[in-house]
Design a binder for this molecule. Structure first.
Ligand code: RB5
Length: 149
């Protein structure tokens, strides 16, 4: 069974709650790293928490939600081993998996409608990595992880 870490800031919380229910209803095991309300908080905290869960191997993939999907994805991507992708459409979801082996799906609650986000998440979770020529490029991405440290 696929184990999924999910986190958001306050702006992402309404969509996080919906996606969490969708994951539960579809049989996924969930690790909820917060937040748990619409009280103002800081997206880097929750993006990093999703990223750490994925990078440590304690979950298979992550879902991160903020208002735009952008800030929380930047935070998740700071964690070595994370390949977070901002997902606006089902095509983003499919390509991020097939070509980039994305392991964190980032959504913008103020940008993407609930039904579209649910559909895109289902595509993200159902799509495998193509490998082949893309494997070398994903390996090169991994080599960038330590840069600047
Ligand atoms: C919060 O207002 C908002 O800035 C945040 O959710 C996110 O969109 C940042 O990238």
């Amino acid at each position: 069974m696929t184990k999924v870490a999910i986190g958001s800031d306050h702006a992402g919380y309404p969509l996080k709650a919906v996606l969490q229910d969708w994951l539960h209803d579809n049989g996924y095991e969930i690790v909820d790293v917060g937040t748990d309300s619409e009280e103002s908080c800081d997206y880097p905290v929750f993006g990093a928490a999703v990223g750490r869960a994925v990078a440590s191997g304690s979950v298979d993939v992550g879902v991160a939600v903020c208002g735009s999907g952008l800030g929380i994805c930047m935070a998740a991507n700071k964690i070595p081993g994370v390949r977070g992708a901002v997902i606006r459409t089902a095509e983003d979801a499919e390509l991020s998996r097939r070509h980039n082996d994305a392991n964190v799906a980032c959504f913008g609650a103020r940008i993407t409608a609930t039904a579209e986000a649910e559909h895109a998440l289902s595509v993200f979770l159902a799509t495998g990595f193509d490998g082949g020529r893309h494997a070398r490029r994903v390996e090169l991405l991994g080599e960038l992880d330590g840069e600047g440290r």
